[in-house]
Design a protein around this ligand. Sequence first.
Ligand code: FDP
Length: 288
Amino acid sequence: MTDTIDAVVDSIASVAPDVRAGLTGRRTYDAGANPSGDRQLEADIYADELLKERLLALESVVGYASEERGSAVGPESDGPVPEDDRRYVAVDPLDGSSNLKSNNTMGTLFAVYDEPLPTDGSALLASGFVLYGPITTMVVAREGTVTESVIEEGTRRTVDADLTLPEEPTVYGFGGRVPQWREDFSEYVSEVESELKLRYGGAMIGDVNQVLTYGGIFGYPGLRDRPEGKLRLCFEGHPIAHIVETAGGASSNGEQSLLSLTPDRLHERTPLFVGNEAYIDRLEATLE
Ligand code: FDP
């Protein structure tokens, strides 16, 4: 199992410089929309193709699901992979890609499962993300540990072998337009904003990485006009919950851990909250 996960992580690290280099010149919207109805940038499609090719070239990866595709795809020729060795990878090729136009942070998010998607959070073996910030970093959660590396020429150099959430939280960021927030959520936010400092950049990975670095809470709530929220359980909810929970924090859809949820559909959305446990507990206690 570890070998396959290593291969997936190495493969994503090695493709990261190509994804990053390909962003220049792909900042315009393509004619299409992804299965969730979001407009696609040329960069979304480019990153998705690169990741699909590299990941499906790995022997044990028999399924590739992406936020940019309607359904999961497999390798062109089926190798004789024993059932126990089969791995299924879910990828958000460019999370926060609307930040490309304004040249702000975004990233690539992935999760490795031992069951075909959609499936529940307990089938997650590893998860992680690449962050295309001023430098390119990678955070990976597996076997109870979160590591942070810097990616240099496609290779990882570990900078923190045991990343944990700081005990003293500092920052918060919440998505969605304020008039669309529900009253109970607004009540919670007014408490949080008197205690923590606002940091919202518009790319979930960038905003969650601030929480991992400084402690606090990130959330994209269910809205009055969109009770299911914006973010997707398989591609964003499960992996980010797995990373934050492994780093000693907590996750929630407002009621329970995101890892305890089983999606019915590949592109199902969910309200999403991650951060220090005390803030998640208070959130769950405040939301009706
Ligand atoms: P984007 O649409 O740019 O891909 O995945 C969806 C996402 O970004 C998240 O990364 C981000 O947290 C959220 O949407 C931002 O939504 P708002 O524009 O509503 O703030």
